[in-house]
Design a protein around this ligand. Sequence first.
Ligand code: ADP
Ligand code: MG
Length: 739
Amino acid sequence: MGMTTVATQPVRQPQDHIEADAPWQGPHVASARADEQKIEDIYGRDVFSDRVMRQRLPREVYEAVKRTAERGKPLDQSIADTVANAMKEWAIENGATHYTHWFHPLTGLTAEKHDSFVVPDGTGGAVVEFSGDQLIQGEPDASSFPSGGIRTTFEARGYTAWDATSPVFLNRGRNNVTLCIPTAFVSWTGEALDMKTPLLRSMDAISKQALRVLRALGEHDHVKRVFTTLGVEQEYFLVDRNFFFQRPDLMVCGRTLVGAKPPKDQQLEDHYFGSIPSRVLAFMAELDLELYALGIPVRTRHNEVAPGQYEIASMFEAANIAADHQMLVMEKIERVAPRFGLRALLHEKPFAGVNGSGKHNNWSLMTDAGDNLLNPRDEVHTNVVFLTFLCAVLRAIDLYADLLRASIANAGNAHRLGANEAPPAIVSIFLGDMLTDIIEQLEQGSLTSTQQAGAIDLGARSLPQISAHTGDRNRTSPFAFTGNRFEFRAVGSSAAVAWPNTILNIIVADSLDWIATRLEADLAKNATVEERCKAAHAILHEIVKTHKRIIFNGDNYSQDWIEEAKKRGLPHLKYAIDALPVLKEKRIVDVFNRAGVLNPAEVRSRFAIFIDTYNTQLSIEAATLVNLSRQLILPAALRHQLQVGEAIAAAQSAGVDCEDQRHMLEDIVDLITRFRGTIDALKRALAHPSEDAEAKAHHFEDVVKPAMGDVRELADELELLVASDLWPLPTYRELLFVK
Ligand code: ADP
Ligand code: MG
């Protein structure tokens, strides 16, 4: 839409057309407002929560649902009908007209197909209906979702199945309310076609192995289930909506394909944690309220490093719930922004040369009694549970660094990893001083002490003494221990977190399995606590010796680390296309299979889908770049050439010597000619893709991407040469600085 207007009318909207503090249209009609209600009342308002279920379900029914949620026990028909009926009543009281099975296909997005509650009653009126069957199982015609070869289109059947562990919720729009039922999505042969099913399976796998380890250590015997916990920090950009619609690259690809760097971007470091621009803060406030209504525990909001970049972080929850919530956070960010005249960009690198966006994935293990198994406590050297789980993670990451790398490989993240704001594509673990010391003691075979943190004297009498942590943070590490959890920092901002967490869960489950098997073999049934502890120390000693190379506390951004990692034999899979084929290796297929998380066909399908998505995204980007170069940039450059030419002709006919200005004309003609050459080269590069998906991906990486880079380089030169009133695209200055 914006594109044609812009092409025929290249004069850009004056900047003051969009006042940064212009009054917005007021909060969304359906949304909660802080000034009308207390946040405690808004929180969870749109969730069929435990609290609501207790109120609305007969006791036996409530307990049956809980058993389904906690132990996966199937609900019998009559109970399912009762639950469905209560949900329907609640939804309709809240204005709902439709329900949907809400699922996460392998597109990395969410999917919903709405069905009305309304059924004609045969007398000209209608009744509302929703049965247990409709709650528990759905059968969308699923032939248009990616299956990576698991299913051919003539076998279109797919099933959605209610995931009772994740609460049902209402999605509200301006004039619509829909009851959303979180579901798994599988093929008619039971293969997982989604992100949720493997995550749930992986949580079962890690719980099972963690329990075996705890039993073998003789610790936490009352525990029946171990959960992985997940707290996600989400980075994103906001740009003014009017500029967004003038940029076909942002509209189609979510990132700028051209754009010269402005003289000022983030060099002064004046944006990070800066005072939040008022329009942005208004957006954030409304976003928070909408998320509270859905029971999503968002806690933190702030400016990020790049101008125009922000962050929202939630409190941690069980990983399966957090993963669903994270999808809703992304959706709500995108939906709320336009109400404030903004558009949100979740792409990993919307602006070249400026920091991109990631998603910090804080991960830990917690028992059903609420104990964090990765909490070292004060006397770490005596905490055998912590040490065992820490070493299990160490071993897992060292053995499967390449798989973890592959879990975050996509076309967008490729622009971010190894740039200046994100860890390199080498996976390593940061432990900090105190734990590194403990690890060294383990390696030497005797654990005797824990380094204690001191207090910091601030040097002014009016300021309190503050206590320091036992280790500093490391912002450059892809996988950092941060006190009582690991922070996987290399995940891309647009990613569905279910996938990297599935991988983390299975590789750690695999290590726990290995440790448990060893412990069980070494120990007599009636072994004492001391004997168990001793046996564990022997195994941990061995793990440290074999896997300590994965620990790196230094600067992950430095060139030295790349050399050093190579010496240590750590994989450096620089490009997404190097990383993804890891999924084809037997040892990787086996680790999925052993955990009971994905069978070989399911792993293969993911590889096929990820490669395909990568290729498709790149071909869309390249085609968009060709179009916008020809339809917007070239015409603007020619107008500029014409203007310069006419100015020279006018001067000459008036008898003024303008020899020097002829050079300007020559320069612009030369640049346009070279620019045209790069566009043609890009078109040629696109015309020769191979049929094989992997070969095609290499072609995109090795030939198409550099050709896109050439086009961009000259486009950016033109941007700096062409008269600003003729330039058809909003520039980085406007995109990044109009707040
Ligand atoms: P940072 O200092 O990295 O910016 P924040 O305070 O913004 O950290 O975010 C820390 C994140 O870690 C939050 O999402 C928080 O809920 C999460 N977190 C804290 N404890 C745990 C835990 N035990 N398991 C998983 N996540 C946790
Ligand atoms: Mg963080």
